[in-house]
Design a protein around this ligand. Sequence first.
Ligand code: ES4
Ligand code: ZN
Length: 338
Amino acid sequence: SKHHQFLQELPKCEHHLHIEGSLSPSLLFRLAKVNNIALPDSSIDSSFASIEALEARYERFTSLNDFLHYYFIGMSVLINASDFESLAYEYFTRAHKDGVHHAEIFFDPQAHTERGIEYKTVVTGLVAAQVRAERDFGLTSKLILCFLRHLSAGDADVSYEKAVALGHFSDGTLAGIGMDSSEVGFPPEIFREVYDKAYAAGIRRTAHAGEEGDSTYISRALDICRTERIDHGIRLVDDEALLKRVAKNKTLVTMCPLSNVRLRCVTKVAELPIRKFLDEGVRFSINSDDPAYFGGYILDNYCAVQDAFSLSFKDWKFIAEGAVEGSWCDDGRKEALL
Ligand code: ES4
Ligand code: ZN
């Protein structure tokens, strides 16, 4: 439709994309074969019988944890720097096609170091893809180091210090830190110390909050971890005062509509508080989260929002400008993006 042409051409920034979540079933099977990685036996989980069976399983996630089980198995096929480079370059190619001009990408170093892949291998591959994407498409990008919240605060600290020691925060490779994985039962304050260190060092901070967890996960991320963004944040609607505070402070909420439907946080996109956020002036961006798992890349998410809310040109202008303003790039790049 003509709206979707408009949405394709609209300059976009992506702020909520787990690079490991852009691993398609076809690349997963291909890398399992070339790297000689054993996937679960299909007599135990028939989802691994074929690409098609795995794709079908991805349409039936019942929760965040149900998804995460497949997400962690999937990334076990990533071994060499070149695997991470291929993965990220494929993502950038698709993002460019969808009209993304700037991307800030989550990655989960602990999920790789835990299985014997060095932090440096991961970053080397991702950076190689970033360099090619900027050269080939003019697409700028940054990495955001995420802590797995089902692991300990001590483990998070080891991951953080590794990045600090390699100078990846000071040299601009990493735009900041985040936290992801299972939310309920793993509140933000577990990671208070490492967030305090990042704050003291002037390193930017975000956290997944209010996806499956209630609105107190959002207030605790803001108050205790002093996050500058909230990833998902859909439970903001349950706390009117908190929502008004987020609007006033221009805190960026990175929304992922198709993810929220697939993980059954909402039953349909129309249930998301997008109209409320626009009316209250909450700054938010629309993102793809784990596009290979959730049935859509960023433009699919933009289109799903348009189909559900019939937004005006003015609404889209507010969203697009807010996404640039909320980006973690320098002012010169922001001016070019606007
Ligand atoms: C994630 Cl959708 C989502 N939520 C929390 N953690 C994640 N890691 C990858 N995708
Ligand atoms: Zn996410």
